[in-house]
Design a binder for this molecule. Structure first.
Ligand SMILES: [Zn+2]
Length: 435
């Protein structure tokens, strides 16, 4: 998995491809999309109570809403997924414009779930910062997105502005927007920022799992710059000038506060959840940070990953990774998997997060700062086998909408959460851009 935990970061040089494997998992997931969550004992804690009939009616209503509202997802890792399955000669082997066996995203499932505007992650592994080639790799991923659109130009279109998202929505097309995860491809050159902006990149996550030449990372103890580097400060100003959204997911707390101080425009956290539920884990945002983000007009887009949502799940996963690391094993090997199986057999199972727990994060943001500052940033195709029961892929947004309906949120609130808040930030960033 790409959005890996803090523990288990040995072997950084290989982080790129190895980190994207699903990795250890407390429990196997069903291989096919699942219906709305059943009322297991755990769900009863987190899910608003309802009868089977009430649940069916809510789901039907949520399905209608999913079609009527614009759903924006802050972070989906399709381009890197296609990278991992390229043929030896380099050709892309998966066609996500048709139903695919694996993965969390394809066009038919996106339509079923009512998804309208996913940000396709132009994810560049941290290892590229030192080994070079980050710029070329990012261009290659953007080429991939263009090739997806070229396969189905009647159904898909690149979105460069919120206005284009709305136009495509009216025309029945799904918008693909570009968000770059890791500023490494800028390679110390602001002209490259202009290059990627011209290609359609509309947000940049300043760094990923390690400090880079722009910003410190939440996962890296080195704290190289104490936040942003000198160049990072220039990048923030130039992103403001060009109208590129600053994404504060993955950055260290120091970098987050410096970005808020420097940026003239609101910012997004494209795929982060609430630290309140995962105490001490910097990859999620603290209440204080969420308040400051909101005060500056920004939006936190909730990451669906069970490790982001459930502290119990995250701690179990960290323990598993620590075990493998201590014994020199990894979860890609038969020996590593066997060791994990034996270890798990001695312990009570830990469930994936539930839809209700994801809704808890959404509601926590609402309770802190109101409904105008929360959105959805699933991290689909970037998390491996750690997604919540009932939110396994892009067909399942209605399950979350149904849960929020059950908790009394109205259509206007759901519209904001589903996409309008994120589009508002995007518009505000464009308005504040120069020329
Ligand atoms: Zn990420």
């Amino acid at each position: 998995m790409k959005d890996r935990l803090r523990v288990g970061l040995a072997g950084f040089g290989l982080l790129g491809l190895l980190a994207c494997n699903p990795g250890a998992r407390p429990r196997p997931a069903a291989s096919t999309p699942q219906p709305a969550p059943a009322t297991s004992p755990e769900d009863q804690v987190h899910q608003a109570p309802r009868s089977a009939d009430e649940h069916a009616a809510l789901l039907a209503r949520a399905g209608e809403l999913a079609r009527a509202l614009i759903i924006v997802d802050g972070h989906i890792d399709v381009p890197f997924r296609l990278e991992k399955t390229r043929a030896p000669g380099g050709a892309i082997t998966e066609d996500v414009t048709r139903a695919t066996e694996g993965g969390d995203f394809d066009l038919p499932r996106a339509r079923a779930g009512g998804l309208n505007a996913p940000f396709m992650s132009i994810y560049v592994p941290s290892s590229y910062e030192e080994r070079g080639g980050a710029t070329e790799f990012a261009d290659r991923l953007i080429d991939s997105v263009e090739s997806i659109i070229a396969r189905a130009p009647d159904a898909l279109a690149l979105a460069r502005t919120p206005a284009e998202v709305r136009e495509h929505f009216q025309a029945g097309k799904l918008s693909l927007a570009l968000g770059m995860e890791n500023g490494a491809p800028l390679a110390g050159d602001l002209a490259k920022l202009a290059h990627f902006h011209a290609r359609g990149v509309r947000y940049i996550t300043l760094t990923h799992s390690r400090d880079n030449h722009i910003s410190d990372s939440s996962f890296d103890d080195a704290r190289t710059h104490g936040g942003l580097s000198e160049f990072g400060r220039q990048v923030v100003a130039e992103m403001n000038r060009l109208g590129v959204i600053i994404d504060v997911s993955h950055v260290s707390d120091e970098a987050f506060w410096q970005v808020l101080e420097l940026s003239r425009a609101p910012v997004l956290a494209s795929h982060s959840s609430c630290r309140r539920f995962t105490p001490g884990w910097q990859r999620n945002m603290s209440d204080e940070m969420i308040r400051a983000l909101a005060k500056a007009g920004g939006v936190i887009m909730i990451n669906f990953g069970s490790s982001f949502i459930s502290d119990e799940y995250r701690r179990r996963r960290e323990a598993e990774q620590a075990l493998l690391e201590a014994e020199g094993l990894d979860d890609d090997s038969a020996a590593g998997r066997a060791r994990l199986e034996a270890w798990r057999a001695e312990r009570p199972p830990v469930d994936f997060a539930s839809v209700g727990q994801v809704a808890d994060h959404v509601e926590h943001v609402i309770a802190l700062v109101g409904v105008d500052h929360v959105g959805l940033g699933s991290d689909f195709d970037g998390l491996g086998d750690s997604l919540p029961t009932g939110l396994k892929d892009v067909s399942m947004y209605p399950n979350l909408l149904a849960e929020l309906l059950a908790r009394g949120h109205d259509d206007d609130e759901l519209a904001k959460i589903a996409g309008e808040n994120a589009l508002r930030v995007w518009d505000a960033v464009l308005e504040r851009a120069a020329g």
